[in-house]
Write a protein that binds this ligand. Structure first.
Ligand SMILES: [Zn+2]
Ligand SMILES: [Zn+2]
Length: 347
């Protein structure tokens, strides 16, 4: 176990939530041993995602507290449990939202591993990456290429895979019009991926001040949703094959729907609380659709990391040390972070 034997090194720092709406608590725990099928990861970096509010606020039922959040993990495998095949100590790995799959339930047998009935979610059903070490199921691991730092890799295994994997499965082909609605944590990655995939990339955000950033990220066109009619502008371009909705505003999504071209698809990535308003006529007449997308499994994360290395796509990040997790979380929740907040352990 190398540096974990004896003395202070047998302890690790974790940041946990003890009850819904309780504070983040920084404390020490024993470094755990990986059970069969699991590996222990020495965490180097962990992104903070808006979904971490589910644990902080207790808004999904069944969470067992105390719980350590964090599902944008990047680190190094430092111990391997019994029966793990294909993973060894020293490998650099990422762990995203998808916390592993069983391989034998009905969705798994149909190849829909993302929908595994075992339902493992990193940082929700088991402790996540706001810690020096964590235990993960081996089926949740994605290999990190050498060229990516841990800080770069972390956000790519959640925000990254969500946008990359939805776009590559969207049916859009090079030169098709793909609009990305929103230019935040998800959107700033979505614009980069869409441009690198060869789509005519349209960024949509509020205010003309975001245009330079959109262009810098690779957008070919920019629509200011405060000054322009989003749907009409998209129609002028021939209609969008895909609108990637990264905002959490149902009204903004509904307003963009009219910009879909024939066979166009609105892909919902953000989760508004209010229902969407959809008129049936345009759906029927133009075979348009509204669909959701689950981020992806570990191999999708691995592809995201690989493509990002190849194409130069990176999240813009603000970095905080682990012990300032509470402050870092507030920064993310404020909506002012540009654009992903990442914790580092200093390891
Ligand atoms: Zn996330
Ligand atoms: Zn399963």
């Amino acid at each position: 176990m190398k540096d974990t034997i004896g003395g202070a090194m047998s302890k690790m720092r974790v940041v946990q939530v003890t009850q819904p709406n309780g504070p983040f608590e920084l404390l020490e725990r024993e470094i755990p041993e990986p059970a069969a099928g699991r590996v222990r990861i020495k965490v180097e970096a962990c992104g903070i995602c808006h979904s971490d509010s589910l644990i902080k606020e207790g808004t999904i039922p069944g969470i067992q507290y105390p719980r350590v959040p964090g599902h944008e993990v990047a680190g190094i495998v430092d111990a391997v449990g019994a029966g793990v095949v294909g993973w060894t100590e020293g490998q650099r790995v990422g762990v995203g939202w998808h916390g592993g799959y069983c391989g034998h339930c009905e969705p798994c047998r149909r190849g829909d591993f993302f929908a595994c009935q075992w339902g493992q979610v990193t940082g929700i059903t088991y402790d996540g990456g706001y810690a020096d070490y964590m235990i993960a199921h081996s089926s949740a691991l994605a290999l990190i290429p050498e060229e990516l730092s841990a800080i770069e890799a972390g956000p790519l295994v959640c925000a990254g895979v969500t946008t990359f994997n939805s776009l590559r499965n969207s049916g859009a082909r090079p030169n098709d019009v793909v609009a990305v609605l929103g230019l935040g944590g998800l959107g700033h990655l979505g614009v980069q991926f869409a441009a690198k995939m060869g789509f005519k990339t349209v960024a949509i955000a509020r205010g003309s001040d975001k245009e330079p950033l959109a262009r810098q990220l690779g957008a070919h066109r920019y629509i200011d949703s405060q000054a322009q009619d989003v749907a009409a502008e998209l129609v002028k371009m021939g209609g969008a094959k895909v609108i990637l909705a990264t905002v959490t505003n149902a009204e903004a999504m509904s307003a963009a729907l009219g910009g879909l071209g024939i066979n166009g698809k609105l892909i919902v990535l953000g989760a508004p609380q209010e229902p969407l308003e959809v008129s049936a006529g345009p759906l029927l007449g133009g075979r348009r659709s509204v669909a959701g997308w689950y981020s992806g499994t570990s191999i999708d994360s691995q592809d995201t990391l690989s493509f990002s290395t190849l194409s130069g796509v990176r999240a813009m990040t603000e970095v905080f040390p682990l012990e300032r997790a509470a402050e870092a979380y507030q920064r993310m929740m404020s909506g002012k972070a540009r654009f992903r907040v990442v914790l580092t352990t200093g390891r």
